[in-house]
Design a binder for this molecule. Structure first.
Ligand SMILES: O=C(O)CCC(=O)C(=O)O
Length: 277
């Protein structure tokens, strides 16, 4: 991406809370993602709980994608997308969550508009972005299919809106038309939500969320992906899971011992990445 294009996207995130990157991935990849996610849904969907009806839920969520198929490995580390994410969050940002989100057809259970930082106990607006949520558009996203709704500028508003659900303000939400291959990137403080999907088709996205390197990710990757599998991942993906120090601070390996620290210069260089042995 050209530097000028990057700046335009970063200005849009700062001003409106979101931006849309077009033609990030091909229709063939979109079709491959859809095929694979639907297979996983078919093979792994958990049974309804007692008293739960199918119509109580609006979408199927597929977790564990990194463990299930290498076709998903390149998604969180996509260079075009991560360039924008790095511009928003700074260096050494981390992967926080990664899942498929498949909105049921003919649904009428609309997801309330919400920000993804609602549980982070830091007052809003944030001095700098804490997290960035990214939606890979796998099937058409628009009014007909229940595309993501966004409330422009709401990343600068207090959380009260979540509790008041002020109808006048929330009615200013927009629902952009996005083609498969597009990627929506937003400051996770922006109010957003899936819509209801009146169409006869499922609406699929891959939701990837990132946190700044100084905040812990929502997912504990050290427990959720066995180390033998992490070793197979591309280095950039391992970095995103936290197998790297933040901004060169801290110790990458758990070897106990003492060392000299110098106030002259930077001291002895330490490896930025954890050993996976
Ligand atoms: O699926 C969407 O359009 C948005 C989903 C969302 O905001 C969420 O799951 O928190």
């Amino acid at each position: 991406m050209l530097e000028s294009q990057l700046q335009t996207h970063l200005e849009a995130v700062a001003e409106d809370g979101f931006t849309i990157l077009e033609n990030v991935f091909s229709r063939e990849r979109a079709d491959a993602f859809a095929k694979r996610v639907r297979e996983i849904e078919r093979d792994t969907l958990q049974p309804l709980e007692p008293g739960e009806a199918e119509e109580d839920s609006s979408f199927l969520r597929t977790a564990g994608l990194l463990r299930i198929d290498p076709i998903f490995w390149d998604v969180p580390i996509d260079p075009t997308v991560t360039q924008v994410v790095e511009g928003v969050l700074g260096p050494d940002f981390l992967l926080s969550t990664f899942s498929g989100i498949d909105l049921k057809p003919n649904g009428n259970t609309i997801q309330p508009l919400h920000p993804d930082d609602a549980l982070i106990p830091v007052s809003r607006p944030h001095e700098r972005a804490i997290g960035c949520t990214v939606m890979w558009v796998v099937t058409e996203f628009n009014e007909r299919t229940g595309g993501t709704r966004l409330l422009p500028g709401s990343h600068r508003e207090p959380l009260d809106l979540l509790f008041s659900q002020d109808k006048a303000r929330l009615s200013q939400a927009i629902q952009p038309d996005m083609k498969p291959g597009s990627v929506l990137v937003f400051d996770h403080a922006t109010f957003h939500g899936a819509s209801d999907n009146p169409s006869d088709e499922w609406r699929l996205g891959l939701q990837v969320s990132y946190h700044a390197g100084w905040v812990r990710p929502y997912t504990n990757w050290f427990r959720s992906v066995p180390i033998e599998e992490v070793r197979e991942f591309p280095e950039k993906l391992r970095d995103l899971l936290g197998y790297k120090t933040y901004n060169g601070i801290g110790s990458a390996n758990a070897t106990p011992g003492s060392y000299r620290e110098s106030y002259r210069g930077k001291g002895r260089p330490r490896p930025p990445r954890l050993s996976l042995d």
